[in-house]
Design a protein around this ligand. Structure first.
Ligand code: PBG
Length: 329
């Protein structure tokens, strides 16, 4: 065997040793890329475990502050709050969503008092407050777009008044970003950011989250009448374009791993701050396989999150945020 026909170009030289690999790596994951979603409940008592999301809990407000402190100290810059409110206050129009003494405003002000530099992101949608588990106002068996916007505007202003740094409409109504921007500005909240759940798909991967909030749809309509069809990619670009035109500061693709192509196209097309949500069902899959001993949890989770960075994400909402920040130090 003579050597003269062997290649001179050898990609494998770039992989020979850790130091070489470190120097040529194109994308990196850091705690600063991560946003920790957290669940909050009204009752102070002990944290309530969420069976389909091992390691995640519903926290009373004091415990929420402690949990957010752990995230912040690990280097995670932001948390996203999701409330589990009492069933008695859930109504068809979800009006508890803009009660200034409600759970979310109380949780936000407790967090901002304890951790002023931590970014607090609040979800703008009615599902936690809807007796039907819907993100909007149900009229004659349909989610009424414009009536829903009126509700969401009040909810967003209420959250900003409580001190939320970022409001995140996750409802998929048309025109809500512009209406929320206008209302925030009119109320003097010109620096409150809007993170739009722009390309939010009607996904079965939200199942464990709906267990956490007890917010599974119970009537009214099918979420497929407002969330996107999983078969569509181009449509995501239209959604993002509309939200940016209406004043969204950050846009999001959700879920994550099944929609990496959408994430990539959104970042490539618009070049604006782009986020992705690794949702509850994705978390549950990692956890279940890890509990069985079938995958190496840490290595797989880090690989998955790095994939989001490579696909163009500026930041990732993941239930693993604090764990990952602690793992990577
Ligand atoms: C609803 C909302 C959902 C999630 C975030 N906000 C569920 C839904 O649309 O039914 C899902 C998050 C997750 O699964 O982790 N406004």
């Amino acid at each position: 065997m003579s050597g003269h026909s062997y290649p001179h170009r050898r990609q494998r030289r770039l992989r020979t040793r850790p130091a070489v690999r470190d120097l040529v790596r194109e994308h990196h994951l850091s705690a600063k890329d991560l946003i920790q979603p957290l669940f909050v409940k009204e009752q102070p008592g002990p944290d309530e475990p969420i069976p389909s999301m091992p390691g995640q809990f519903r926290h009373g407000v004091d415990s929420l502050v402690a949990r957010a402190t752990r995230a912040w100290e690990a280097g995670v810059p932001a948390v996203a709050l999701f409330p589990r409110v009492r069933d008695e206050i859930k109504t068809e129009d979800g009006q508890a969503a803009w009660d200034p003494s409600g759970l979310v405003p109380r949780a936000v002000s407790a967090l901002k008092t304890a951790l002023p530099d931590l970014l607090v992101i609040t979800d703008v949608a009615l599902d936690p407050y809807s007796s039907l588990g819907q993100d909007g106002v149900v009229v004659d068996g349909d989610i009424h777009n414009d009536r829903t916007i009126e509700a969401l505007v009040q909810q967003a202003v209420c959250q900003a008044e409580a001190g939320a740094d970022v409001v995140a409409p996750s409802d998929m109504m048309d025109g809500r970003v512009g209406a929320i921007r206008e209302a925030l500005d009119d109320a003097g909240h010109t620096d409150t950011l809007i993170l739009a759940y722009s390309a939010k798909y009607a996904s079965a991967f939200y199942g464990p989250f709906r267990d956490a909030l007890d917010s599974a749809p119970r009537g009214g309509t099918d979420k497929r009448t407002y969330q996107m069809d999983p078969g569509n990619g181009d449509e995501a670009l239209h959604e993002v374009e509309m939200d940016l035109a209406e004043g969204a500061d950050w846009v999001m693709v959700k879920p994550g791993m099944p929609y990496l192509d959408v994430l990539w196209r959104v970042r490539e097309t618009f070049g604006r701050p782009t986020f992705v949500y690794q949702v509850s069902g994705e978390y549950a899959m990692f956890k279940a396989a890890a509990q069985q001993g079938w995958i190496d949890e840490r290595v797989c989770v880090l690989e998955g999150l790095l994939g989001f960075k490579r696909a163009g994400a500026n930041g990732v909402l993941t239930y693993y945020a604090t764990d990952v920040a602690e793992w990577i130090g």
